[in-house]
Design a protein around this ligand. Structure first.
Ligand SMILES: [Zn+2]
Ligand SMILES: [Zn+2]
Length: 269
């Protein structure tokens, strides 16, 4: 079952139109493709859909579902941020993510760029990136309650610019406690975690989210995973899926979840 459920298009910050993504998926021999446009959020981001975009997005994905029936299963999803206003459904599934933390009432982007991250940590966290990470994970722990999502997006996105612990120490007890605290809170809820290769295809990281020690912690808690590319272009639909599967196996996983017409189901890795 070849599937990707984390896909962005020109409706938000992706480069290609939905139909170009669909054609690429068919050419790759994929079984199914889920679209997960960025829901509008507060404050509005340049990378999200506007409220007016959402019905057009929905109509276009549903049109493609009809047009490609029998060739590719297409799912209509949405990526909600913890700060996204609720969106009228129905959706086949939603991804819930944290892309900003709030300090002094100011939204601070998590994944915009390294200079923005450093600047905001200096200005609002006294230069303490671990404090930024602690805020981030507190919000991650709240995502399913806030969004009702079935998939938890890029669990350790706060490490996007931190490969090799360049900016902060992810073995520091404060970081470990923050990340595992979020994980324990999420373990009580019914969510699927992503192995997400999006930062790899865009050149920020050489390994997927999450870090192996976190993936092992997920496996130890019996938490389900899926594999996604968080792709923003048609040519990265299945980017590094082989590496993601290897990572999953090396951390003890033997199953991943896929979405079917009857809901999420496990398949072997
Ligand atoms: Zn995201
Ligand atoms: Zn995304």
């Amino acid at each position: 079952m070849i599937q990707n459920l984390h896909t962005h298009t020109v409706f938000c910050d992706g480069k290609d139109a939905p139909e170009e993504m669909v054609r690429a998926a068919v050419a790759l021999g994929m079984d199914s493709l889920g679209f997960s446009g960025h829901a509008p959020m507060e404050p509005p981001g340049s990378w999200t859909m506007s409220e007016e975009d959402v019905p057009r997005y929905r109509a276009e994905i549903l049109r493609l579902r009809e047009a490609y029936a029998g060739r590719l299963e297409i799912f209509l999803g949405l990526e909600l941020d913890a700060d996204s206003p609720p969106q009228t459904g129905p959706w086949d599934y939603t991804i819930g993510s944290v892309h900003q933390v709030i300090r002094d009432g100011v939204p601070l982007p998590v994944d915009e760029s390294e200079p923005v991250l450093l600047q905001n940590a200096a200005r609002y966290c006294g230069g303490d990136l671990l404090a930024f990470a602690e805020d981030y994970y507190r919000r991650v722990g709240e995502v399913p309650e806030k969004t009702g999502c079935q998939i938890l997006g890029h669990f350790d996105l706060v490490c996007k610019f931190n490969e090799g612990d360049r900016l902060f120490d992810t073995s520091h007890p404060r970081y470990v406690a923050a990340a595992l605290g979020a994980l324990d809170r999420l373990a009580a809820q019914d969510v699927i975690f992503e192995i997400n290769t999006g930062a790899m295809s865009r050149g920020y990281r050489s390994a997927p989210y999450p870090a192996p020690w976190l993936l092992r912690a997920m496996e130890a808690r019996g938490l389900p995973i899926c594999i996604t590319s968080d792709c923003h272009r048609a040519d990265t639909l299945l980017y590094a899926f082989g590496q993601a599967e290897e990572l999953a196996r090396s951390c003890g996983y033997r199953e991943r979840m896929v979405l079917t017409r009857r809901g999420f189901q496990p398949v072997g890795i």
